[in-house]
Ligand binder design. Sequence first.
Ligand SMILES: [Ca+2]
Ligand SMILES: [Ca+2]
Length: 268
Amino acid sequence: MKFILLFLALLLVIGVGVWVLTGQEESTPETNIQTENNEHEKEEVFAVTEAMATSIIRNALDDRFDEKTATYTVANLDGHNGPELIIGAAGSNIATILVVSISEPTGAYEHMGATTYQEFLRDVPEVRDLQDITGDGRDELFISLGYGGASSDVHGFLQADPQEKKLAWIQLRDPNNQMRDAIFLMGGSVTHTETVQVLDINGDGKKEIAELFSQIGKPYDQENSSPSKQAGELWCIARVYQWNGSSFDFNRALSEQFLESLGPSCAI
Ligand SMILES: [Ca+2]
Ligand SMILES: [Ca+2]
């Protein structure tokens, strides 16, 4: 009798063992498929809905900034792991540009850098263009920092560093050899206009930053340090900045080349 009980107990143990092993074998392929799906999802670029963006803006901005007037642009600044959101917002004399990386289609995000500054004009910053101007394959941010109507507007260039989670102004070396943030305060009037744009002046496939001023009357002494030419009633002044690996440096030869390439009225 004892032997029969032992035999039955043994059968039970073997049975349970086989059932567990079979169950594991069956579940193993499912686990693999699950892992593949997760990996696939990470590489997937998903759509950012307006509701998702609004919710992120509300969470990401602190109470110094007005979330209702905030602007946003969807970008891919790091080349993987889903889209980034570039948010521009302003408060009382203060404005910010911040980048968050949206890691999941649910709207979960990570902070990827921010720059906060005193407002130049009472306006909300907004992305004007995303372009790789440093030639490393990653886009820089060309931002409108404020628009003051016909008389003035402000633009700036920012570089995002996804690894360091930093967002910093691109550095510029001006004609007087001074380093400064790549922020351009453009004045404009009937007698004076200024523009800033990204162009390949010398056709080498790399982008330069070009400033062009035109005004009635000969430039003042200080502005004489930049190449200028007379075009009818107008005087045109050009400043071209070339990337040197860490900053955009004023380049006199390229500035002259740029001026020469312009038509009689200094139009591009
Ligand atoms: Ca770049
Ligand atoms: Ca070039």
